[in-house]
Design a protein around this ligand. Structure first.
Ligand code: SF4
Length: 363
């Protein structure tokens, strides 16, 4: 049986960043302990399922203590017969400490994802991030000292006051940190966030400037050996996120904790964004219907640089890429936003900026 991915959502943060609409709350020890007990109950409810990727995100997993993270990772590894896979932990540099890093490594965590966002202290301050670039460098070294070199850094594009030159400084900071993976996300201003409610108070770069930043990022990272493999993700060869690739390859995963989503046995389901409800009944989920049809598969695959491949479609569905999609791809191919050839259909870095528009027109 194919091994699945496991995602665990830790719904706690010390404070709320102004751009964030992930589900997270501040917490005391009592909430953390109750949450971990419910999480272990939910994990224990799955029998005879094997996983080869585990991703602990949030929220801020590094608000847990070293012992707590050890406990959570060990419970998941044992339940899902984990051996030798990828175990990623998200961390906020400001709350990451040596004890946590050591315990995580001892539990088997072999990959960290750190939220850098910007190496410019002024930009970081606007984003509500507390550590300085120097402190982030020390935290990266701290991870390397406990034997974890597989590190991903998150960078944000479209931050107030950001320019091409300040972005280059941030990217060079990440490249100079000698990490094998960088994620670069365009800031999306969600209505329910502090930025969404106070949009006019901040000098956000305009759309064209952000598009230039995105194209610069793809180009600059490629020149420095970090190849784009997904809309927002860049890696040295062999260091692509195995867990996240499961999402984009339309493979199965189980999500644990409030707000976590799952795709398992052809069904999609999720937990409500409600910690109290999760603590009361961690096995309660909301059914989100059938998953994995050709349309959904195509939408996910086209996020990847390799795109929708003719051989994979044939293998997974038993038919070739439909002629209609090939015809619909033609106008985008003429503008160099898409490549359509014998290998399949894929979106170019320039096309990724309008990928939703392209994908909807392919159907
Ligand atoms: S630390 Fe991460 S999850 Fe928490 S509020 Fe900030 S961006 Fe959101």
């Amino acid at each position: 049986m194919k091994k699945i991915g496991v995602y665990i959502h830790i719904p706690f943060c010390k404070s709320k960043c102004p751009y964030c609409d992930f589900y997270s709350l501040s917490c005391g020890q009592k909430e953390k302990s109750l949450f971990i007990a419910s999480l272990k109950q939910e994990i224990g409810s799955y029998e005879n399922v094997s996983a080869d990727t585990l991703y602990i995100g949030g929220g801020t997993p590094s608000v847990l203590t070293g012992d707590e993270i050890y406990d959570v990772v060990t419970a998941a590894k044992e339940q899902f017969a984990f051996s030798g896979g990828e175990i990623t932990l998200e961390a906020n540099p400001s709350s990451l400490n040596a004890e946590f890093a050591e315990k995580a490594a001892a539990a088997g965590v072999n990959r960290f994802s750190l939220g850098v966002q910007s190496a410019i202290d002024g930009e970081r301050k606007i984003l509500g991030r507390k550590s300085s670039a120097d402190e982030i460098s020390k935290k990266i070294q701290m991870l390397k000292d406990v034997g974890i070199d597989n590190i991903s850094l998150d960078v944000m594009l479209g931050v107030p006051h950001q320019s091409l030159s300040s972005l280059k400084e941030t990217l060079d900071f990440c490249i100079g940190s000698d990490v094998p993976h960088i994620s670069a996300y365009i800031l999306k201003i969600e209505e329910d966030t502090f930025f969404g409610k106070n949009r006019n108070r901040f000098p956000f770069p305009d759309e064209d400037s952000v598009a230039d930043m995105y194209e610069f990022t793809c180009d600059h990272l490629a020149k420095n050996g970090l190849k784009q493999y997904e809309i927002s993700n860049f890696a040295r060869p062999g260091f692509e996120s195995r867990h996240n690739l499961k999402y984009w390859n339309c493979e199965e995963y189980l999500g644990f904790g409030p707000a976590a989503h799952s795709f398992f046995k052809k069904r999609r389901f999720f937990h409500e964004r409600d910690l109290a409800e999760y603590i009361a009944d961690p096995l309660k989920t909301v059914d989100d219907g059938c998953g994995g049809d050709f349309e959904e598969y195509t939408m996910l695959k086209l996020r990847l640089a390799k795109g929708l491949r003719e051989d994979e479609v044939q293998n997974d569905f038993g038919f070739p890429i439909p002629d209609k999609m090939r015809r619909n791809a033609k106008p985008f191919a003429d503008e160099a936003l898409v490549v359509s050839d014998e290998a399949g259909i894929r979106i170019t870095p320039k096309g990724f900026l309008v990928s939703n528009y392209i994908i909807s027109h392919l159907f």
